[in-house]
Design a binder for this molecule. Structure first.
Ligand code: BYC
Length: 314
């Protein structure tokens, strides 16, 4: 007896094999992946903005080169991810249109302003640190093109996290004013970084199905806990204070217990009313419009190459 397409799909998931673009998949699986991968791609691209803000004001040529490389890497991550989403039959134009119209989400973290140079340290350390925690788990996600994109992204994020931590280390060992800058950046980025992992498991509508399909390999709360456990000792090493009066080491669970996240703030930012949401989208739209001539030139060149090769074949 021939097994159904659905059964074949389920067997592959159960055996931890990758689902590939040409494989049959349930419509909802495809939809969930398009949603998550496109949001992820948008996050990478919008995520270039808070750091790009400091490229012209980096304190040295060395710092500028590292930051420039990091921001360019984020643009590259966006491209891998848009390509991975395209394998599911969605066009890049429609994804970008959804971002610009406010229909598509992107990570809440990028709607906070980068106010001082220390924020470049805090973003690399905490934001890329949180991103890696999530993305290492996604290297084992069930959709092949997404999992493979994650491998290279994680390698690059690891460099980003280190360059951020190194900035924090320098500032923390610097003058009183520099140390205060580092503490202030940690104060402002700590809670938004914890929000990156999404709502609590009990309030996460997509988690159950995504876990069953092995799109998600660890839950929002599990990843958040792993991040806190890895990051608090790093803050202690810097001599900085994590801005959470309820934080303590729990010997029984061998992990840090932390205070309640301000979920009202999280949902306000996710719904579009964070400190920088409107500004971020406006900047993206303007960049897209300014890039029109580049897209036209690239398409004209591709058409010319195509003409030339069909003449040669003829
Ligand atoms: N911000 O049911 P849930 C980077 C939404 S960038 C905004 O738990 P799910 C970097 C969620 O979409 C890396 N929205 O959802 C770049 C859902 O809404 P919809 C960014 C959020 O999908 C530059 C609703 O809330 N990483 O590394 O199961 C410089 C309910 O949530 C957020 C990724 O994108 C949020 N924080 O789980 C530096 C990772 N959280 O879609 C660094 C890939 C939740 O139903 N994404 N929402 O309308 C994921 O792993 C998952 O999508 C999430 C959420 C864990 C984020």
């Amino acid at each position: 007896m021939e097994i159904s397409l659905e059964k074949k799909f389920e067997n592959k998931i159960a055996e931890d094999l990758k689902i590939e673009p040409q494989d049959w998949m349930p419509d909802e699986y495809r939809k969930t992946l398009v949603r998550q991968i496109s949001q992820h791609a948008h996050s990478e691209v919008v995520g270039m903005l808070p750091e790009a803000n400091w490229l012209t004001r980096a304190p040295s040529l060395k710092r500028k080169i590292a930051l420039l490389a990091k921001v360019q890497d984020e643009g590259g991550h966006g491209l891998y991810l848009y390509s991975a989403a395209e394998t599911l039959g969605v066009s890049r134009d429609s994804m970008i249109e959804d971002l610009h119209s406010g229909k598509a989400k992107y990570s809440s973290i990028f709607n906070y302003p980068s106010l001082t140079w220390a924020d470049m340290g805090a973003i690399g350390w905490l934001v890329d640190g949180a991103a890696i925690m999530n993305q290492v788990a996604l290297c084992r996600t069930s959709y092949g093109p997404y999992a493979r994109a994650m491998v290279r992204i994680c390698k690059e994020e690891s460099f980003h996290q280190r360059q951020g931590y190194q900035i924090m280390l320098t500032l923390s060992n610097g003058s009183t004013e520099q140390k205060e800058m580092a503490q202030d950046a940690l104060n402002r980025w700590w809670w938004p970084a914890l929000m990156m992992f999404g709502p609590k498991d009990s309030d996460s509508p997509n988690s159950e199905q995504s876990t069953r399909w092995r799109i998600k390999r660890l839950s929002n709360d599990e990843l958040r806990q792993k991040f806190v456990d890895a990051t608090v000792p790093q803050a202690l090493f810097l001599g900085l204070t994590v801005p959470d009066k309820d934080l303590y080491w729990d010997e029984n669970s061998k992990s840090y217990r932390f205070g309640e996240i301000n979920w009202d703030e999280f949902w306000t930012v996710v719904k579009g009313d964070g400190p920088c949401n409107k500004d971020r989208i406006q900047t993206r739209i303007k960049a897209h419009e300014n890039g029109e001539w580049v897209r036209e030139a690239a398409l004209a060149y591709a058409a010319k190459q195509h003409d030339r090769s069909s003449k040669m074949v003829g």
